[in-house]
Design a protein around this ligand. Sequence first.
Ligand code: ARG
Length: 694
Amino acid sequence: MWLLPLIEKLNLGKMTELGLKLSAEDIYSLNKACLKDAVVIFGGGCTGEIVSSQGLLLTNHHCGKGQVQAHSSVEHDYLKNGFWAKTKEEELPNPGLFVTFLIRVEDVTSQVLANVKPGMSEADRNSAIGEARGAIQSKAIQGTNYYAQVATFYGGNYFYLLVYERYNDVRFVGVPPESIGDFGFDSDNWEWPRHTGDFSVFRVYTGPDGKPASYSKDNIPLKPKYYLSVSIKDLNKGDFAMILGYPGRTLRYNTSWEVDELLKIEHPNRIKIRGIRQDILMKDMKADPKVNIQYATKFALGSSNYWKYSIGQKAGLERLNVKAKKQEIEKQFNTWVAADPARKAKYGEALNMIKTAVEGRAEYLNAQQYMNECFRMGCELLSMNRVAGSLISALKSGDANNVSNTVASVKNSVSGFYKDYNPPTDNKSMKAMIKLYRADVPTKFQPDFYVNIVDKKFKGDVEKFVDDMFAKSVFSCQEKLNAFLNKPILKTIESDPVVLTSASISKVMSEIGNGISQFDGNLTIGRRLWIAALMEMAPEKTLYPDANSTMRLSYGTIQDYDPKDAVTYKYYTTLNGVMEKYKPGDYEFDVPQRLIDLYNRKEYGRYASPKGYMPVCFTTTNDITGGNSGSPVMNGNGELIGLAFDGNWEAMSGDVAYEAALQRTIVVDIRYVLWIMDVYSGAKNLVDEMTIVQ
Ligand code: ARG
């Protein structure tokens, strides 16, 4: 996960040895169009790449799924059946979706720390840094439409300025049926061998002047600074592979106490709470196609993706003894510190600060996670409290204009919520979550609605309490809310069960937040010292900074791996494997008839491997994490050979401790992507926009 301005100095030699044919300037340059100009942050948390002179963009199916879902209904089920715009006019706008291009990166550490003096209090330090960051950011965007961010690296020891440009008109162009795009669903998620066509297609538009603009039918396709060529040449084990993208978060420098925190709190809690809720959702989704669409994204990406991640990571941390490995590094550190009084004075307290902070915050962190999972995610209806809040303040203002404006904006803003809301499903989930919180969380963190309402009014019966809430609340369905909005009354909404229950929860939530923040100071200082010491301890070994949603480069090769004794996994999968997994009518492993027909006729066109099969996915030694989804995987010429979309089960602890022998990136082969677009879907026009190298 290397930083772009440093690849010339740190990585280019090794990359060239492995097969890179480009210069560092071809990848990242301030002076000319280069690979980084083709790579974007897609929406809030994925990566995408531009592949034509007309702003065509590829990302993963699971990255575009939210948009596909938003455009879907039982009548037009694009999730189930796929969608392809035949012309640009048919491409669908996506309110709220944007893509972000990186303009430049610059090390600004010395400027940021210019006014930080030794012995300064942490608060003074923070305000000196905050001021400097603000000034650097505003200077960087003067006279432009860019935005800038000074981000922290290496635990707060380094700072880089990132300047970005954002485009807000991003249209949905096409997606395969989810039986291709999400083939294998949860059973195959985070696992290899994999057979998923995890891609979707969008297009970036600009105003007629070529500048970013919000949606308008007069907008035109983006003329990008740079777009990737696409290679359909055959791939072999050992081939160079390089990824540019936006990894979100890694914890590679975390200590043994923080590993313990994951093992004892974060993972078991998530596994337990989401497991209970997911069983409730899945039952309703399988029973009703409408509910299946409504909860598709909430289930897969809002819940089960990181639920399964937690299962895998917990097992991996235990199996690979990650805590003991961290303790070993801490032992080396202690010896290094003890050897020199100056080191002792500077770093002697680092680990102790982390340890006491992590131990001190444990009970709060546990309660906070239960709060978030049970009440915030598990009780959808309670999210309407925000809407209630804006109505209450408008009604209290007594200003009729204010009231009617607020009512109009509420009507507008809640339609997305209700489109994806099935009250009976939420009712069941809420009952389970409210019971679970009471059973698992210590009394001192229990909101008082349990005693004051559930016990006093409903004799402790959570089911009756929840049924009563659904019966009485004006928020429990859109019709009721609309009726209320036509004649809003302050008293009614102030005593709405959603409002009363939420107030009781918020009170405890903020106590918990205060509880945690007592330890923030020591944790921040401890981590900063710890990482500074690690960098000083191993100056010959260049450390890369933990992922923080900034653009990084990863290089490696296409490789097999050995998941366990006596077993080797090949680096590629084929369409034969899709047919081996095929289970007619199954929720996860069904296959469209057309795919079966093409398979039977071996109609692979120019996309087949010369080795005689239709390639589907492959594995590389690249280092990626969540946020990299959709990233371009490129060959030594910088040509696109696939889209990164996952990691493998045997190395799920990789975000905390990298495992070179086990860790692989799972990639959908670009030949499968193009074959699905061209031959399967008949979207040859899109393939023709691209520059294909064969
Ligand atoms: N594990 C993948 C990632 O986090 C996402 C896969 C999405 N598919 C799914 N069935 N949930 O990048």
